[in-house]
Design a protein around this ligand. Structure first.
Ligand code: ZN
Length: 488
């Protein structure tokens, strides 16, 4: 260390570092210069423009939300308060087959494409156009984005009730190639959803062909997360093998009471497959899911809360059973009348959720839907809920492991270069939080409330959240994927 004092842009003093790689915590100061972590160690003798006292606090890499639908929110709600207030500094967008680009101005958006809220910049006809807009008007978080296969089907095909033909596959391939050239990190599918139910395994492999050479990711909301979850996992892995690329199983779960407990079968199956190919998975820390309003019986058997409804916005936050009773019709008919919109479905078992969260390769992803006034509480609460409730309060795993599941592991799986670990030279995405008090406050009744215990959030060296308030900085960048040489 030089004898003359260094002047830092930002200095976090007296904190306890958790590095994002499961290493045990240690006490250190952290200095930031030009958006990078410049030094970690005893830096008390040095000066800084901004000094943060982190006594008694954890200093960790900013959290990476591995599963989001923030594609439009990063443009229209660019402060991204629902994420930065949790300590999130990077979001992965373009999940479940849905992306903000490419679209046509003259097309209707079938659900669930409509879940991405109305664009403020107009529609993007190319992926490059979308990423250019993000670069021109940055949000408060970094964004790594995928192109969605359902979006490609909607933009290319004349009808969605059949597999794509050869010409349509060629057109979709060209869009995937354009997206990858522009900086997409891969392609997602959502074969669970109407626009892609009829897509065959062969169609997905063919459309994804441009991912092979560019080592893009294949990320999927699988065809089935209930009775046929094993078949769906096998299909997912076969697509990864056919293209020679890594796969990510989105929001892994086993749905419906008759499937409760089956995570004790899916997880060993995933672990076995990991011996032969590159596989990741993520999970949100709740027993309820949220998606477009559906009318299929299985989805309506348990408790259903309406999150948003275009024709009946007054029903947001209400129980579907109560609405149906009031209207004197059954739940399926009421659900139909409330479409299009989104709902919260209680259809998982707490034991499965805990087993999947605790699986050592599981990343944390919110799957939050940033639309309406009564979203699923995961939008505001996912990361503090894992750190507070699951790690500290019930001891599901150590804090170092919890942090790794939302930083180092995620950066590795998505190929986010120099992110996700608190080491010198990395980008200065940092969160300072109180391990003793961090907790989620968002509930199903009051879902849009910030976490307790997050002291400061720094994105690319810029102080973005401090003392319970947004600081106005929008320093987010568009992140590209750098595939490690060992991939595939
Ligand atoms: Zn999904």
């Amino acid at each position: 260390m030089s004898s003359s004092p260094t002047h830092y842009d930002l200095l976090i003093r007296h904190g306890t570092v958790i590095d994002g790689n499961k290493a045990p915590r240690y006490d250190a100061d952290v200095g930031v210069i030009d958006g990078r972590i410049a030094a970690i160690g005893p830096l008390a003798a040095h000066t800084a423009d901004i000094s943060i006292d982190a006594s008694g606090r954890i200093v960790a890499p900013g959290f990476i939300d591995s599963h989001t639908h923030d594609d439009q929110a990063v443009l229209s709600q660019a402060d991204m308060t629902f994420k930065v207030s949790q300590g999130v500094t990077t979001v992965i967008a373009g999940n479940c087959g849905i992306s903000a680009a490419p679209l046509r101005d003259d097309m209707d958006l079938p659900m669930p494409l409509g879940l991405l809220e109305a664009p403020v910049h107009g529609r993007f006809t190319s992926f490059k156009g979308y990423l250019d807009a993000l670069r021109a008007t940055p949000s408060s978080v970094n964004v790594a984005a995928m192109v969605g296969h359902s979006t490609l089907r909607a933009v290319v095909m004349s009808g969605l009730d059949r597999p794509a033909d050869a010409a349509e596959i060629a057109a979709m391939q060209a869009h995937v190639e354009e997206a990858m050239q522009a900086g997409a990190i891969g392609m997602s599918t959502g074969t669970f959803y109407p626009p892609a139910v009829k897509a065959t395994t062969e169609e997905i492999i063919a459309v994804g062909e441009p991912l092979r050479a560019r080592k893009g990711l294949y990320v999927t909301h699988m065809r089935d997360e209930a009775d046929k979850v094993m078949e769906a996992l096998e299909e997912t892995f076969s697509i990864g093998r056919a293209l020679g690329i890594p796969v990510v199983v989105s929001h892994h779960k086993v749905q419906l009471p008759r499937n409760f407990g089956r995570s004790s079968v899916t997880l060993p199956f995933i672990r076995d497959a990991m011996q032969h190919q590159c596989i990741g998975l993520d999970c949100y820390p709740y027993t309820a899911g949220s998606t477009m309003i559906r009318t299929d019986r299985g989805m309506l058997d348990g408790r259903v809360l309406i999150a948003s409804s275009e024709p009946h916005p007054e029903c947001a936050g209400r129980d579907l059973a109560d609405i149906a009773r009031e209207w004197g019709i059954d739940k399926a008919a009421a659900a139909q009348r409330l479409q299009p919109g989104s709902a919260i479905y209680f259809m998982m078992d707490e034991e499965d959720v805990q087993r999947i969260l605790a699986f050592d390769e599981t990343m944390i992803g919110s799957d939050g839907i940033p639309v309406g006034e009564k979203p699923h509480p995961r939008l505001w609460g996912t990361f503090p809920r894992v750190l507070g409730h699951y790690s500290r309060d019930i001891g599901l795993f150590p804090l170092e492991t919890a942090v790794w599941k939302m930083t180092g592991l995620t950066a590795r799986n998505f190929g986010l270069h120099e992110r996700g670990r608190l080491i010198v030279g990395h980008h200065a995405d940092i969160v300072v939080f109180d391990a003793a008090s961090i907790r989620d406050t968002a509930s199903y009744e009051q879902p849009a409330t910030p976490a307790h215990g997050v002291d400061a959030v720094i994105v690319n060296g810029q102080l973005t959240w401090a003392q319970g308030a947004h600081r106005g900085n929008r320093a987010g960048q568009v992140l590209m994927r750098r595939a490690p040489a060992t991939d595939a």
